[in-house]
Ligand binder design. Structure first.
Ligand code: SF4
Length: 344
């Protein structure tokens, strides 16, 4: 039965060598497996044609490749595409492909649902269903139609990546290792609310860019938007980040979703600047997308522009992020894992 078989996908080179040895195959079969999985991106063991028929049969008795095919695809009028994938938790997860002039970026999910409970996020609303396996994270990169033309990846889909740190770090290893996708870490950005101490591990063990979901510089206000402020205070998160070097290749940015009359005043802009002073960083201002049954509403564009200009005049760069895929509920905070959920 396929269901009882283990996945080859998601294993690193050392693990693939162990699998080969455990089946009585030579260790170099592990390298061949990595090639087939992560460079040639095959979907079945039968396609691994440089392995002997006997070797393929042995592998097939215990293993499958482990790619999850999309169960639904929606295309936005702006070219953004949202893919729905099955997940071992029984609920579905989403990946979004965002095309740009010279880029194709995949926004990947790291968990089914999320524990963090941010008030402005549809994923947070649905609660936590489980961590994605490393294979389920990598499968999103391989299964989408644009797999071969991807230029960038952002861990900004469903879930808090640092709450699934082991599997996310394993996925980053596969994406950046020579035997894997061989991507430069500069092509990848991980977004987090700042889960401590997993954040330290991420900063120590990878060179991937970091985006912190900040959203409010005042701790009490942030707490009302993001309950995890209590466990992981933004002040502590910034203190940790300031210990690392972001003046070279690695970048840190801060996500700031703008809520009308909640976090969009001059006082907020000034406090944000004070909080981030001394750090080489960028602030991404994000227009809020209405979600059902929420008291939060988007700040008017004029207010967002004034907020940006005030920050820019302080010497920190702030930009307004273009919204993509709103019509297919693929924009920031809109991923729910439910097909065609209707807004009120
Ligand atoms: Fe989780 Fe991110 Fe949504 Fe917060 S914004 S609930 S961390 S998915």
């Amino acid at each position: 039965m396929v269901e009882n078989k283990k996945k080859l996908l998601g294993n690193n080179l050392a693990q693939l060598k162990e699998i080969a040895l455990s089946l009585g195959l030579p260790a170099f079969t592990g390298k061949q497996l990595a090639d087939w999985l992560y460079k040639k991106k095959v979907t079945s063991i039968d396609q691994m044609t440089n392995l002997s028929k006997a070797a393929r049969e042995k592998l097939s008795q215990e293993y499958i490749v482990g790619i999850d095919k999309a169960i639904d695809i929606q295309a936005s009028s702006d070219g953004t595409k949202k893919y729905l994938f099955p997940c071992h938790t029984g609920s579905a997860i989403e990946a979004v492909m965002i095309p740009d002039a010279d880029r194709a970026t995949i926004c990947v999910s790291s968990q089914a649902g999320c524990k963090m409970g941010c008030k402005f996020c549809m994923t947070g609303r649905q609660g936590f269903k489980g961590n994605l396996e490393t294979a389920e994270i990598i499968s999103q990169f391989i299964s989408i139609d644009e797999s071969d033309s991807l230029t960038n990846a952002v861990f900004m889909g469903m879930g808090e990546p640092l709450d699934n740190i082991d599997n996310v770090l394993a996925a980053i290893e596969i994406l950046t290792a020579d035997w894997g996708f061989a991507w430069s870490p500069k092509r990848i950005t991980l977004s987090s609310i700042g889960v401590l101490p997993a954040l330290k591990r991420f900063l120590d063990e990878t060179k991937v860019h970091l985006a912190i979901s900040l959203h409010d510089p005042f701790p009490q206000e942030r707490l009302s938007l993001m309950p995890m402020q209590k466990a992981f205070p933004i002040e502590e998160v910034i203190k940790l980040i300031k210990k690392y070097d972001f003046t070279g290749q690695r970048r840190v940015s801060f996500e700031y979703t703008m809520f009308n009359r909640v976090n969009d005043t001059k006082q907020h802009a000034d406090a944000l600047v004070r909080m981030l002073r001394g750090l080489e960083c960028r602030i991404n201002l994000i227009r809020f997308h209405a979600i059902p049954d929420s008291e939060l509403s988007p700040s008017p564009m004029l207010i967002i522009e004034q907020f940006r200009d005030r920050i820019n005049s302080s010497g920190i760069t702030a930009t307004i992020r273009a919204s993509r895929g709103e019509d297919i509920l693929a924009a920031c905070g809109m991923l729910s894992g439910k097909q065609k959920q209707q807004l009120q």
